[in-house]
Design a protein around this ligand. Sequence first.
Ligand code: ATP
Ligand code: MG
Ligand code: MG
Length: 430
Amino acid sequence: DYCPGGYMPVSIGQTIGPDDRYQIIRKLGWGHFSTVWLCEDLAESQAYYAIKIVKSANNFKTVALDEIKLLKCAKEKDHDAIGYDKIVLFLDYFTATSLYGDHLCLTFELMGPSLLNLIIQSNYQGLEQEGVKNIIKQILLGLMYLHEKCRIVHTDIKPENILIAVKEPYIRNMVDHVNRFNELGVQMPKTYVNAMGWNEAVELYDQSHEEASSSNIYTNRLDPRMTSCPNKTYLNDFSKAIKSKFENRSLSPLFVDPGIQVKIADLGNSCWENHHFAEVIQTLQYRALEVIIESEYSFPADIWSVACLAFELSTGDFLFNPQATDHLSCPEDHLGLIWELLDGLPPYIALSGRKSSEYFTSSGSLKRISSENMKIWKVEDVLVDKYQWKRVDAILLADFIESLIEPDQDLRATASTALTKKWLDAVDNQ
Ligand code: ATP
Ligand code: MG
Ligand code: MG
């Protein structure tokens, strides 16, 4: 993807922005649309930002311009509203030119790892309930602001898009991490660095060395470009070389502060209540019932995703992980899983989507999954049977989750009403 129309080639230490104001320190992440970099603001002492550098092709530019409009709305709508500070702050944007074209660059407040990193750090066992409640509460406050004030549907609530706030020492440690890496004198051919080498090598190193650097800020799912990289062997050798250089030096880990503050990031797929950009939204596992059957969607779709997130943070497993099989398509399997968890679906809901007749009979039962093949297994029992929770604890979380995956959108909890649920009682206000 480093090609004309694609990612901007970036080297560590280069400056970008108006008056060469920002200096690139290291890569923070990447996505379908962009690479995201830790930058130092040279015009201000000790100020660090995350700069999202968008691919240069016109279609990416168009999407980014929509993202900027949504971000501006979230930034300007109502500074004093509850939940305003639960959205990653967008600061500014500019254009940078590379040999691959013009790239929109979006400047954000610097955040740390995502909730996915926390889940991975827990070894997919989930977090303590106090922590989960604290996180979910903040996400609901952020959604309350996006929904009620900005009239924005986020459409992509998932662990990767919830980022943890970082404090000063963490940032210094992160910068230091790079300095020490540089001190080791590990060098790569310049062309390779420009193409993709250095940063991915650092990533690869971090990934192959998780015990030493529980830094884990790079436990992002592996960059797919890595596997198709023609220089993979070279990169492997390179990573081995780095590893041996690091062997006798302990890197101080980049701890995640336990009293974490989280914020909602990535409005890149978001839309307005009355101006949608896509018919099918959301990442599969977090996709709401109405989206699967292609009925109308709005704010309640985000609330569904929050339920999936609450379950995943609590157990380390997806709430729904649909798979296509020989006899079933992925959406059919998904609907089957929802059916089993909710003990059925009301026919007026099942039959309300443009795709309903593909999956349901005219009386509202699933076409290709017979009731003998279904095992009704409510959330409460899943928590008790599969995760050995105490019944009293399971009841509270199950009640919360069920009100957020209510099939009828009009009856589903909203961000505000979800905040009043018993499960969230006794969580300190953030
Ligand atoms: P996607 O494919 O998810 O749409 P994208 O190209 O739109 O990706 P983002 O999701 O906005 O990009 O950002 C990519 C990654 O960069 C994030 O998953 C995160 O790891 C990192 N990142 C984004 N914003 C920040 C920030 N403000 N501070 C720190 N890291 C960030
Ligand atoms: Mg993202
Ligand atoms: Mg995006």
